[in-house]
Write a protein that binds this ligand. Sequence first.
Ligand code: HEM
Length: 215
Amino acid sequence: MISIWKKVVMGLTGLFLISFLVVHCGINSLIFLNDGGKTFEAAGHFMGTNPVIRIMEIGLVIGFLIHIIDGFVLWYQNTKARPQKYKAKGGSANSTWYSRSMGLLGTLLLLFLILHTADFWIPNRANQFTTGHELPLFERMKNIFSQPLWVVLYVLGCISLFWHLLHGFRSAFQSLGINHSKYNPIIKIAGTGFAIICPFVFAMMPITMFFGWIK
Ligand code: HEM
């Protein structure tokens, strides 16, 4: 497959995953209501049992897989095709370090995702499958985020997400051919804003729970 199509696929799956992050971050933010996780668990129950959402979840897993595999292939082809290029041009002169490090940042995010799905999603779905009941996710969050190491790992995951989104959001539009002097500044501002706000809100979840601000 030629590289331009790989980039289009990267852009499309990236935007799809961004829409997932908006929903995920929005639902999880319900913990900040500080009502003992009542509203959060009600929303989580709807998401975890609604048949339409269950089918969409299959799309989400496929979206993640395509984005990760395509990302690795692009990264491999780029490093193989021009190992000297950035050195020769001085690197930072024509691109930012995080745009050149999408492979590395993506890998850190992947490690975070493995840890994260092992913490919540896999045990919850396994429990639903075997007993028909969901796990108490709010209590689980409080338990997991009572461990300082886990809080640090989650905050590091959010920092990787920040760097990844900082380049990825803008780059998705470019890969889809949306590159116009009129819209580029709006995309840049929206992309930077989203890259800051979304990981920040996520990072506040383990932090506020660790310090007992959310009960
Ligand atoms: C840092 C704060 C975060 C918390 C407290 C959190 C919490 C949760 C919880 C409780 C679930 C389980 C939902 C269920 O079983 O129905 C979940 C699922 C998931 N989370 Fe997160 N999450 C966080 C950040 C992230 C980030 C940054 C990403 C992606 C980069 C992410 C990706 C996912 C995925 C892919 C799933 C499984 C998909 C699904 O539930 O359908 N999460 N998360």
